[in-house]
Design a protein around this ligand. Structure first.
Ligand SMILES: [Fe+2]
Length: 277
């Protein structure tokens, strides 16, 4: 996996980068891509129970499906074996993903300083399926190379969280995609990678906000492998509520990836919790 054209690093000046579907060159990754996409079906995602009993900030129902795994990412070193897990020869080329041990790998926490809808709660979901890891290793490696990582962490191990999220709306129904409103996730960098949308009449836009919640960028995100990579500390983001076609169920699936410094002592806590210096 590589970029088809030169892109700016994500840093304090650029704030975010938008990747159109054609910007991601997947020509040499066909096996990893097909194994990944085989798992990107709503039927293979468990229902996300959190928030399903209340409406989001926009008044719409929450209807989500999700898998989640946090890993350590060991950047690859050309010519050296760096595998710390089970990905074999792949590790020396693009790096290596190793899920955290035990339940820590699947637990997620945000304070209510950044998540007014579900903060101050541990949430736990089923883990990402093993068949997705060859693709995710390549995706983590690409993101790591795209962000202006703070020295000396540019070659150090980082923590990567993968949220595979599906949204489902009944015919004509509107569901909330970001029930907490415009928000930070609480990490150094995040990305949204669009995988599939069917039966959606409108909405589900990915929106990025600057200071005073001024809208900086908006995309309907309809192409597979379109993505945004975001400096999470500098800007807020939001997925707008989505409405299904009148006579079809609306479905949307995205992969949210978070990156931050590896810290042993706080395995589930985001890089920052709304504490802006
Ligand atoms: Fe978010």
């Amino acid at each position: 996996m590589k970029l088809a054209r030169k892109m700016p690093l994500v840093n304090d000046e650029t704030l975010f980068v938008h990747l159109a579907a054609g910007d991601l060159d997947l020509a040499s990754d066909s096996t990893a891509v097909s194994r990944f996409l085989d798992c990107c079906r709503l039927e293979s995602l468990p229902k996300d129970p959190y928030g399903a009993d209340k409406a989001g900030f926009d008044g719409a129902r929450v209807s989500r499906y999700r898998r989640f795994t946090t890993c350590r990412f060991f950047p690859g070193e050309r010519g050296r074996a760096t595998c710390h897990g089970a990905c074999g020869r792949l590790a020396s080329e693009v790096g290596c993903l190793v899920p955290l041990d035990g339940p820590d790998a699947h637990r997620f926490y945000q304070s209510d300083a950044i998540n007014r809808f579900q903060g101050n709660n541990y949430r736990e979901w089923a883990g990402i399926e093993a068949n997705m890891f060859p693709f995710l290793t390549r995706w983590a490696s690409l993101l790591h190379s795209m962000v202006a990582w703070q020295r000396p962490y540019d070659t150090a191990v980082c923590r990567v969280g993968f949220h595979l999220i599906g949204y489902l709306a009944q015919p004509g129904e509107t569901v909330s995609c970001s029930p907490e409103g415009a928000h930070h996730d609480g990490y150094a960098y995040i990305s949204m990678l669009h995988l599939n949308t069917t039966g959606v009449f409108n909405g589900g836009d990915s929106v990025i906000f600057g200071s005073s919640e001024t809208e900086l960028f908006r995309t309907p995100m309809r192409q597979r492998f379109e993505a945004v990579v975001i400096n999470d500390r500098a800007v807020k983001h939001l997925g707008t509520s989505m409405t299904a076609e009148p006579y079809a169920r609306g479905m949307r699936m995205i992969l949210v990836t978070t990156l931050h410094q590896d810290r042993e002592e706080v395995p589930n806590t985001p890089y920052f919790d709304g504490n802006f210096e």
